[in-house]
Write a protein that binds this ligand. Structure first.
Ligand code: SF4
Length: 360
């Protein structure tokens, strides 16, 4: 089958194989690839709306026993630069975000073996009680798996307890590339790909919305990038629990792994193939934090229908060398500048027309 035929089938919502995905990634002319992904996005959402969520990331601890080689944020246990925020400090950050209109908070950090499940339950109960309009879209598969290990509890029980305490949704962080060869090389202590999928499946079966991420640009091959998408697509066929896919690229500058930063063209190709390959995942998010807002704007023509969060404060990617930041107004201006209409959404992808745009 010709490349044009594969592109046409994918743009029309037809399923493509792993081999076809790799072929598109490697061989399709960039503009044709983008046009097909954009056509798919417009067929799924025939509107000029581009959503974003007002949120913040609170990195509550940098102590971590997983020691990923691509991470410049963590400090090993007992390191002098390790920190853990008090609950009061986290609440202060939530208040700061809520005052700026945040509807979602991402409380994420390292896998700190000193923190027991009660620490999270108490924190989430306080956040939920004091800020009932802010959704706790927090932790990661690594932190959930770490808690299950420390507490010697099944993953499901950890999730049920956290959900009862107020956690609404599980972000897709910590997937990197869900291929065992890659995990062994860049995060050997991290949960294996089947384990990541298992935690996500449990969360989805409990009715929690989840997202799926992909950190590319470390040591993986083109085939492994598409193989990662295949793992996500297979689980989505089973559960339909992912709301969005969020590819972002690795920032190497201050990490032990080092390497080179992915190019803008690689980023756009990954986005477009993601939109075409993941025919069952509703939303594709432009994660502008590493490529920056300008490339994030271009992403809106490569299959993305969502600009992600405003990320009022974030430490993990910044510690690796990223300097990108944006205000709500800047995110909206970027969307308008591309000819689209910014619309605020919440964690569940409800459109929140009751919330005023920053540029209104
Ligand atoms: S990426 Fe997450 S799990 Fe890995 S070392 Fe950094 S904080 Fe720990």
């Amino acid at each position: 089958m010709s490349l044009a035929d594969v592109l046409d089938r994918a743009a029309a919502g037809g399923r493509i194989s792993l081999d076809e995905g790799v072929r598109l990634y490697r061989e399709a002319p960039l503009h044709d690839l983008g046009a097909a992904a954009h056509a798919r996005r417009m067929a799924m959402y025939p509107t000029s709306d581009v959503t974003y969520v007002v949120d913040t990331t609170i990195n509550y601890t940098n102590v971590c026993n997983v020691h990923c080689t691509f991470c410049a944020f963590f400090r090993p246990e007992h390191h002098g630069e390790g920190y853990t925020m008090s609950h009061d400090k986290v609440l202060e950050r939530v208040r700061f975000a809520a005052d700026q209109g945040a509807t979602q908070i991402m409380i994420q950090g390292g896998v700190n073996p000193e923190l027991r499940i009660e620490w999270f339950e108490d924190l989430f109960r306080r956040v939920a009680a004091e800020y009932p309009k802010v959704d706790i879209h927090s932790l990661s598969v690594s932190e959930i798996a770490g808690l299950a290990k420390i507490e010697e509890l099944p993953v499901r029980e950890v999730l049920v307890r956290l959900k009862t305490a107020g956690m609404k949704s599980l972000p897709g962080a910590g997937a990197e590339i869900l291929v065992e060869r890659v995990r062994k090389r860049i995060s050997a202590r991290k949960i294996v790909p089947d384990g990541w999928i298992g935690v996500m499946r449990e969360a989805q079966l409990l009715g929690m919305p989840t997202t799926a991420t992909m950190m590319f640009g470390s040591i993986e091959t083109d085939e492994e990038r598409v193989a990662h998408m295949q793992v996500i697509r297979d689980l989505q066929d089973e559960t339909h629990g992912f709301t969005a896919f969020i590819p972002w690229y690795y920032v190497p500058y201050k990490t032990p792994l080092r390497g080179r930063e992915a190019s803008g063209l690689e980023y756009l190709r990954v986005l477009a193939v993601s939109r075409l390959f993941l025919d069952n995942v509703p939303h594709l998010q432009a994660s502008w934090l590493t490529p920056g807002l300008k490339l994030g704007q271009l992403a809106l023509f490569y299959g993305c229908d969502d600009m992600g969060g405003t990320i009022i404060e974030e430490q993990v990617v910044h510690d690796a060398g990223s300097t990108n930041e944006a205000t709500r107004a800047q995110v909206e201006e970027i969307i308008c500048g591309a000819g689209f209409q910014p619309v605020i959404r919440d964690t569940y992808w409800n459109l929140r027309s009751d919330l005023a745009l920053a540029t209104a």
